[in-house]
Design a protein around this ligand. Structure first.
Ligand SMILES: [Zn+2]
Length: 89
């Protein structure tokens, strides 16, 4: 089952942008069945690339390398978070 699909009904539960804003403290209803969905606490590991890259980027600001590092860190975090499975809350 895809990480964007509802573990209750199996339909696509939400759009990518909506899931990107979903943390373990938040829940959002499946757009097909309405069940409240969230992500596991282990999903915060997906934030590590951004949490490592951003302080270095701020220290190196304003350089092209700083912008590249910031973009890479945030992109890596978003890509990891997109693979986090949804769970029924
Ligand atoms: Zn559903």
């Amino acid at each position: 089952m895809d990480s964007m699909h509802c573990p209750h009904c199996g339909a696509v539960a939400m759009r990518y942008g909506e899931k990107a804003l979903l943390g373990p403290m938040a829940s959002r209803g499946c757009q097909a069945c309405g069940h409240a969905l969230s992500v596991r606490w282990s999903s915060v590991i997906a934030l590590l690339p951004a949490m490592v890259a951003i302080p270095f980027a701020v220290e190196m600001w304003p350089t092209n390398a700083a912008m590249l590092l910031g973009v890479l860190g945030v992109s890596a975090s978003l890509a990891l978070h997109a693979r986090v499975p949804l769970v029924v809350r």
